[in-house]
Design a protein around this ligand. Structure first.
Ligand code: BV8
Ligand code: ZN
Length: 243
C-alpha cells in the first residue's frame, strides 16, 4: 500500500481511539524535547565530554559521586525553568477522555505531572526526589542545584538521585503496574522514544502481542517501527494535540 500521509494516519488513529475504553501511552525523552530538555541520543546528549549512559550507573556513583551529582545538578538547573509543551498537555487532557488511561513514562523530569497528568507510572524514577543510600528515606527536594554531596537528615548517609541507573532493576511494583495496563489496553501510543533502553523499549511489542493497536509518534523510525500498526513521523508537540 502506498505510504499513507501523516494526516491519513492521524485520522486512522483518531478513529481507533473513538469509543475506546482502555488506552496506554508510553513516553520517552522526545516528548520533553520541545520543552527544551536535552534528549539522550540527540546532539545535546553529550554532557561535557561524558555520555549520560556513562554517568547514570551505580558504578559511576560509587567511583565518583561528586561527578555524578554534578551531572544531576546540571540537569536540575536545565530542567527547573522549563515548562510542559502541548504534547504533555494533550496527554493530560486524554486522561479524562478515556475511562482507563495509563501514562507510562521513561522520563524523570516530572513534566507530565506539571502538565496535569495525575496517574503517571515513572519507570525510571524522578529527578526531583532523592533517596538515602543508608536508610532508604525518600524525600522530594526541588533545589537546583542541591548542595555539594547531599546527606540524609535522619542518618547522615549520602543521598542519591531517586532514578533507575543502567544496570539497576526497575521497581517490581511499578513494572507490574505497567504490564497490567499493557495486558488489557486496546490502543497504545508510543511517543518520543528511540526504543533502545529495555525493558521500556519492548513494551509496545508486548501490547501488540496481546492484541492492542499500537501507534508510534517519533521524529525517526525505531527498531520497533515495523511491528506497530502505525508510525507517524512528526513532532509530538504537534501530532498529539491533533488527536
Ligand atoms: C534493567 C534514568 C535488569 C537515569 C534511564 C545489552 C543489551 C540490551 C540491554 C542491556 C544490555 N546491557 C544492559 C542492558 C539493560 C539496559 C539497557 O537497556 N541498556 C541499553 C543502553 C542497551 N537497561 C537497564 O539497565 C535497565 N535495567 O534492565 O534491569 C538488568 C539488571 C542488570 C543487568 C541487566 C539487566 C535500566 C534502564 C534505565 C536506565 N535509566 N534514565 C537518567 O535519566 O539519568 S534510561 C534513560 O535513557 C531515559 O530514562 C530513557 O529511558 C532513556 C533514553 O531513551 P529515550 O527516552 O528513548 O530517549 P532518546 O534520546 O534515546 O530518544 C528520543 C527519541 O525521541 C528519539 O528517537 C528522537 O528521534 C525522538 N524525538 C526527539 N524529539 C522529538 C522526538 N519525537 C517526537 N517529537 C519530538 N519533538
Ligand atoms: Zn538516611
Amino acid at each position: 500500500m502506498a505510504e499513507q500521509s501523516n494526516d491519513e494516519k492521524i485520522r486512522l488513529l483518531k478513529e481507533r481511539l473513538e469509543g475506546c475504553e482502555r488506552v496506554v501511552a508510553l513516553t520517552g525523552a522526545g516528548i520533553s524535547a520541545e520543552s527544551g530538555v536535552p534528549t539522550f541520543r540527540g546532539q545535546d546528549g553529550l554532557w561535557r565530554h561524558y555520555r549520560a549512559t556513562d554517568l547514570a550507573t551505580p558504578e559511576a556513583f560509587a567511583e565518583n559521586s561528586r561527578l555524578v551529582w554534578e551531572f544531576y545538578n546540571w540537569r536540575r538547573e536545565v530542567l527547573a525553568p522549563l515548562h510542559p509543551n502541548p504534547g504533555h498537555l494533550a496527554l493530560a487532557a486524554m486522561e479524562s477522555r478515556f475511562p482507563h488511561f495509563t501514562l507510562i513514562t521513561q522520563n524523570i523530569d516530572g513534566l507530565h505531572q506539571t502538565a496535569g497528568s495525575r496517574k503517571v507510572i515513572e519507570l525510571h524514577g524522578n529527578i526531583w526526589w532523592v533517596r538515602c543510600t543508608g536508610c532508604g528515606e525518600l524525600t522530594e527536594d526541588r533545589r537546583a542545584p542541591l548542595p555539594e554531596l547531599p546527606t540524609c537528615e535522619a542518618c547522615s548517609a549520602l543521598l542519591r538521585p531517586h532514578v533507575v541507573w543502567f544496570g539497576e532493576m526497575l521497581d517490581p511494583k511499578i513494572l507490574d503496574q505497567a504490564y497490567r495496563a499493557l495486558d488489557t489496553c486496546q490502543v497504545m501510543i508510543v511517543v518520543g522514544t528511540s526504543g533502545v533502553v529495555q525493558p521500556a523499549a519492548s513494551m509496545g511489542a508486548t501490547a501488540r502481542r496481546r492484541g492492542a493497536f499500537v501507534a508510534e509518534i517519533n521524529l525517526e523510525p525505531t527498531p520497533y517501527t515495523d511491528i506497530y500498526e502505525l508510525s507517524i513521523l512528526g513532532k509530538s508537540g504537534e501530532v498529539l494535540p491533533l488527536l
